[in-house]
Design a protein. Sequence first.
Length: 168
Amino acid sequence: MDLSTIHQGINRRQRKKRVGRGVGSGMGKTSTRGHKGQWASAGAKKPRMLHEGGQMPLFRRIPKRGFSNATWEKRFHIVNVGDLDQCFEDGAIVDEAALKAAGIVRGEAAGVRVLGDGELGKKLTVKAHHFSKSAAAKITAKGGAMEVIPPPKKPKKNKMKPRPAKEG
Protein backbone atom coordinates (compact mmCIF):
# COMPACT_ATOMS: atom_id res chain seq x y z
CA MET A 1 0.00 0.00 0.00
CA ASP A 2 1.27 3.45 -0.83
CA LEU A 3 -0.08 7.01 -0.99
CA SER A 4 -1.13 6.67 -4.64
CA THR A 5 -3.69 3.95 -3.84
CA ILE A 6 -5.01 5.23 -0.52
CA HIS A 7 -8.09 6.96 -1.99
CA GLN A 8 -8.91 4.51 -4.78
CA GLY A 9 -12.60 3.72 -4.96
CA ILE A 10 -13.54 6.45 -2.45
CA ASN A 11 -15.44 9.49 -3.67
CA ARG A 12 -14.05 12.35 -1.64
CA ARG A 13 -16.60 14.77 -3.07
CA GLN A 14 -20.27 13.96 -2.92
CA ARG A 15 -22.45 15.40 -5.62
CA LYS A 16 -25.05 17.99 -4.62
CA LYS A 17 -28.56 16.60 -4.15
CA ARG A 18 -30.71 18.13 -6.90
CA VAL A 19 -34.33 17.84 -5.86
CA GLY A 20 -37.38 18.65 -7.94
CA ARG A 21 -35.88 17.49 -11.24
CA GLY A 22 -38.45 14.89 -12.21
CA VAL A 23 -39.41 11.36 -11.30
CA GLY A 24 -36.37 9.77 -12.96
CA SER A 25 -33.86 11.68 -10.85
CA GLY A 26 -34.36 9.50 -7.80
CA MET A 27 -35.42 12.57 -5.82
CA GLY A 28 -38.32 13.52 -8.03
CA LYS A 29 -42.03 14.26 -7.86
CA THR A 30 -42.39 15.22 -4.18
CA SER A 31 -38.68 16.15 -3.89
CA THR A 32 -38.02 14.04 -0.76
CA ARG A 33 -40.80 15.84 1.17
CA GLY A 34 -43.43 13.10 1.13
CA HIS A 35 -47.12 13.72 0.42
CA LYS A 36 -48.74 16.81 1.94
CA GLY A 37 -48.20 17.12 5.71
CA GLN A 38 -46.83 19.93 7.81
CA TRP A 39 -43.32 20.02 6.33
CA ALA A 40 -44.21 19.49 2.66
CA SER A 41 -44.81 23.11 1.70
CA ALA A 42 -42.08 25.54 0.66
CA GLY A 43 -42.33 27.98 3.58
CA ALA A 44 -42.27 25.38 6.37
CA LYS A 45 -39.68 25.83 9.07
CA LYS A 46 -37.63 22.85 10.20
CA PRO A 47 -39.00 21.25 13.39
CA ARG A 48 -37.31 22.54 16.52
CA MET A 49 -35.76 20.16 18.98
CA LEU A 50 -38.57 20.42 21.54
CA HIS A 51 -41.36 20.65 18.96
CA GLU A 52 -44.18 18.25 19.78
CA GLY A 53 -46.40 18.73 16.74
CA GLY A 54 -49.24 20.68 18.34
CA GLN A 55 -49.34 18.66 21.54
CA MET A 56 -49.08 20.76 24.68
CA PRO A 57 -45.30 21.11 25.19
CA LEU A 58 -43.67 19.41 28.15
CA PHE A 59 -42.44 22.63 29.74
CA ARG A 60 -46.04 23.91 29.79
CA ARG A 61 -47.51 20.62 31.07
CA ILE A 62 -45.42 20.31 34.21
CA PRO A 63 -46.09 22.50 37.27
CA LYS A 64 -43.79 25.37 38.11
CA ARG A 65 -42.77 25.65 41.75
CA GLY A 66 -40.13 27.37 43.78
CA PHE A 67 -37.86 30.28 43.13
CA SER A 68 -34.33 30.62 41.86
CA ASN A 69 -32.16 33.66 42.39
CA ALA A 70 -29.73 32.51 39.68
CA THR A 71 -30.54 35.64 37.67
CA TRP A 72 -29.17 37.92 40.39
CA GLU A 73 -26.73 35.58 42.12
CA LYS A 74 -23.13 36.76 42.35
CA ARG A 75 -20.25 34.33 42.60
CA PHE A 76 -17.25 35.37 44.67
CA HIS A 77 -13.72 33.98 44.93
CA ILE A 78 -13.32 32.47 48.41
CA VAL A 79 -9.85 32.93 49.93
CA ASN A 80 -8.79 31.81 53.40
CA VAL A 81 -6.26 33.65 55.57
CA GLY A 82 -4.10 30.52 55.66
CA ASP A 83 -3.79 30.59 51.85
CA LEU A 84 -2.60 34.19 51.98
CA ASP A 85 0.06 33.24 54.56
CA GLN A 86 1.46 30.50 52.31
CA CYS A 87 1.55 32.45 49.04
CA PHE A 88 2.58 36.00 49.93
CA GLU A 89 5.65 37.59 51.51
CA ASP A 90 5.60 39.88 54.53
CA GLY A 91 4.36 43.40 53.64
CA ALA A 92 2.78 42.37 50.32
CA ILE A 93 -0.31 44.03 48.86
CA VAL A 94 -2.94 41.39 48.12
CA ASP A 95 -5.67 42.16 45.59
CA GLU A 96 -7.57 40.15 42.98
CA ALA A 97 -4.80 40.50 40.37
CA ALA A 98 -2.17 39.30 42.86
CA LEU A 99 -4.36 36.34 43.84
CA LYS A 100 -4.73 35.34 40.17
CA ALA A 101 -0.98 35.69 39.61
CA ALA A 102 -0.33 33.46 42.65
CA GLY A 103 -2.79 30.86 41.32
CA ILE A 104 -5.12 30.99 44.32
CA VAL A 105 -8.15 32.08 42.28
CA ARG A 106 -9.10 31.33 38.68
CA GLY A 107 -11.80 32.52 36.32
CA GLU A 108 -14.32 35.32 36.53
CA ALA A 109 -16.18 36.35 39.67
CA ALA A 110 -17.98 39.35 41.15
CA GLY A 111 -15.26 39.86 43.75
CA VAL A 112 -13.17 38.34 46.54
CA ARG A 113 -14.28 37.21 50.00
CA VAL A 114 -11.65 36.63 52.65
CA LEU A 115 -12.49 34.06 55.34
CA GLY A 116 -10.64 33.32 58.57
CA ASP A 117 -9.66 29.66 58.15
CA GLY A 118 -5.97 29.06 58.95
CA GLU A 119 -3.30 31.11 60.67
CA LEU A 120 -1.67 34.33 59.49
CA GLY A 121 1.93 35.07 60.47
CA LYS A 122 2.67 38.01 58.17
CA LYS A 123 1.73 41.66 57.89
CA LEU A 124 -0.34 42.01 54.70
CA THR A 125 -2.43 44.71 53.06
CA VAL A 126 -5.51 42.93 51.72
CA LYS A 127 -7.99 44.49 49.28
CA ALA A 128 -11.25 42.54 48.95
CA HIS A 129 -15.00 42.96 48.67
CA HIS A 130 -15.83 41.23 51.97
CA PHE A 131 -14.01 40.12 55.14
CA SER A 132 -15.35 37.75 57.76
CA LYS A 133 -15.01 38.86 61.40
CA SER A 134 -12.37 36.23 62.14
CA ALA A 135 -10.36 37.14 59.03
CA ALA A 136 -10.48 40.83 59.93
CA ALA A 137 -9.31 40.05 63.48
CA LYS A 138 -6.38 37.92 62.26
CA ILE A 139 -5.22 40.50 59.69
CA THR A 140 -5.35 43.43 62.13
CA ALA A 141 -3.71 41.38 64.92
CA LYS A 142 -0.55 41.05 62.81
CA GLY A 143 -0.52 44.79 62.00
CA GLY A 144 -1.91 44.35 58.50
CA ALA A 145 -4.48 46.52 56.78
CA MET A 146 -7.80 45.76 55.11
CA GLU A 147 -9.42 47.72 52.30
CA VAL A 148 -13.04 46.95 51.51
CA ILE A 149 -13.72 47.45 47.81
CA PRO A 150 -17.16 49.07 47.53
CA PRO A 151 -19.76 47.46 45.24
CA PRO A 152 -20.65 49.25 41.99
CA LYS A 153 -23.13 52.07 42.37
CA LYS A 154 -26.69 51.34 41.41
CA PRO A 155 -27.81 53.18 38.29
CA LYS A 156 -29.95 56.23 38.94
CA LYS A 157 -33.45 56.04 37.63
CA ASN A 158 -34.38 58.83 35.27
CA LYS A 159 -37.21 60.34 37.23
CA MET A 160 -39.18 63.19 35.74
CA LYS A 161 -38.87 66.56 37.37
CA PRO A 162 -41.87 67.32 39.58
CA ARG A 163 -44.39 69.71 38.13
CA PRO A 164 -44.38 73.22 39.55
CA ALA A 165 -47.12 73.87 42.10
CA LYS A 166 -50.17 75.67 40.73
CA GLU A 167 -50.77 79.15 42.06
CA GLY A 168 -54.22 80.08 42.88
